[in-house]
Ligand binder design. Structure first.
Ligand code: ARG
Length: 456
């Protein structure tokens, strides 16, 4: 077992099973790089306050930078016998600089480190998710271009409703993704990693030393990681996991959108609908039935909704009723966080490729578009523009549809005489024009046909 960051007051050794049970290194090793950032800022604050001399500061900072290089090159392997990543980085530092490492944790607590690390992690991953949402959006644009002007069948209650453009259908998902992207952006702007909370009560280092240390640190990092500030309420800072719950909520909403997209894809690619042909590279076969081409990717996306919603509920339940301030319960925030972030990124990455590969079965769609019920609303509107009250027009067309259904005929096949029994304003040439995909689409004037640009 590796060395711990505590132990002086204990006479007995920790129980082995409990020690295993309490460790977080097996998942919080992901925070290694950010944990070193915290150490660099903290070391500079200690130095500015006179608690480390110039030589000591240089030795520590150089060693910390070496650790970052090891992390970046992949040669850093966490010692899985460490209690957590903070302990592990500390032990690594001790290996490099010996006793001097004991000064780095001066006036510092893991309670402050962990929340700083998690906020940094969220900032980075929020940007990644925003980029991936952009990729999926671009794939929708590719499909839109390919099927520009293609009419499609619009549903309500999973029943045929009205004719729409396939592009307008895709555009709806575009709007969802843009809202997701803007939610992520707002979240990114709102997260502030603080430093200097100590265990809960703050530290005796002056705020301005922390600010100086932060500025110093920021001047060395290439990509700007958002804002870092000297802590305001130290008690709130170490207690706060709102940002994680917010992030998981945003991810849940993205997931909800993806699950609806997945469900439509699954439905529309069934033999019953047969509107879509799915890219084979993302489907699988059956070990028994030779003919099967199963939509496993969208099925897994739909299925992961359980995991992602579960992660959010798990964290909210962990946080419920926790006494102020830090409690060890909060260690359990990381697995749901990492799980949701990883799943959503995988899904978006694959979705961007998958969408581009979808093909429309134009023949099947053309046949479905012959269904006259899809134009009942347009025919009603036609009568309204001829001066008939909407409710009366609704009734006339309802009866006409019912008559055609009962007599197994098509309204478009009915002669003027038969049509006029329902309404004097009807005639077969108007009916033919109105009950047509082109009319259904061009008559819609209320839609602005574009996907807004996501906030930069
Ligand atoms: N591994 C801990 C966590 O993730 C770090 C903070 C531990 N703090 C403490 N006082 N034991 O929450």
């Amino acid at each position: 077992m590796s060395k711990k960051l505590w132990g002086g007051r204990f006479k007995k050794k920790i129980d082995k099973d409990f020690e295993e049970f309490s460790k977080s290194i097996q998942y919080d090793f992901k925070l290694a790089r950010v944990d070193v950032f915290h150490s660099i800022i903290h070391t500079r604050a200690l130095s500015g306050s006179g608690l480390l001399n110039k030589k000591e500061t240089k030795t520590i900072i150089n060693a910390l930078n070496e650790i970052i290089k090891e992390i970046d090159s992949g040669s850093f392997k966490p010692d899985l016998s460490s209690e957590d990543i903070h302990t592990d980085i500390h032990n690594r530092l001790e290996k490099k600089i010996g006793r001097l490492s004991a000064k780095v944790h001066t006036l510092r607590s893991r309670n402050d480190q962990i929340v700083f690390n998690e906020k940094f992690y969220c900032l980075n991953e929020a940007l990644n998710i925003k980029d991936l949402l952009g990729d999926v959006l671009n794939s929708f644009f590719v499909l839109m271009k390919k099927y520009d002007k293609q009419p499609f069948i619009g549903y309500t209650h999973t029943q045929r409703a009205q004719v729409i453009l396939f592009n307008d259908y895709l555009c709806a998902f575009g709007h969802m993704l843009v809202r997701d992207s803007n939610r992520i952006k707002k979240f990114y702007d709102s997260v502030i990693p603080y430093i200097g909370a100590g265990a809960l009560a703050g530290t005796s280092l002056h705020r301005k030393e922390y600010f100086k240390a932060i500025d110093d640190f920021l001047s060395f990092v290439k990509s700007k990681p958002g804002k870092i500030k000297s802590v305001e309420s130290s008690i709130d800072s170490v207690s706060d996991r709102d940002f994680l719950i917010e992030f998981l909520s945003i991810i849940s909403i993205i997931q909800m959108h993806l699950s609806r997209l997945a469900e439509d894809i699954i439905l529309y690619s069934t033999q019953e609908f047969d509107y879509l042909d799915l890219p084979e590279e993302f489907c699988t076969g059956s070990s028994l039935m030779p003919h099967k081409k199963n939509p496993d990717f969208p099925e897994l996306v739909r299925g992961y909704t359980g995991r992602i919603y579960g992660n959010q509920v798990s964290l909210m339940t962990t946080m419920k009723g926790l006494p102020m301030t830090y409690n060890r319960d909060m260690q359990l925030d990381k697995e749901p966080l990492f799980s949701s972030v990883e799943i959503i990124q995988d899904e978006l990455k694959i979705m961007a490729k998958f969408i581009k590969g979808i093909k429309l079965n134009k023949k099947v769609i053309a046949e479905a578009l012959l269904d006259e019920r899809l134009y009942a609303t347009e025919l009603t509107e036609f009568l309204v523009f001829k001066g008939i009250a909407f409710k009366d027009a609704h009734d006339i067309v309802g009866k006409l549809i019912r008559y055609a259904e009962d007599n197994k005929t098509a309204i478009k096949q009915m002669p003027d005489k038969a049509l006029k029994k329902f309404c004097a304003k009807l005639n077969s040439s108007d009916v033919a024009k109105v009950m047509h995909a082109e009319h259904a689409i061009t008559s819609k004037k209320s839609i602005k046909k574009r996907v807004p640009k996501p906030d930069a």
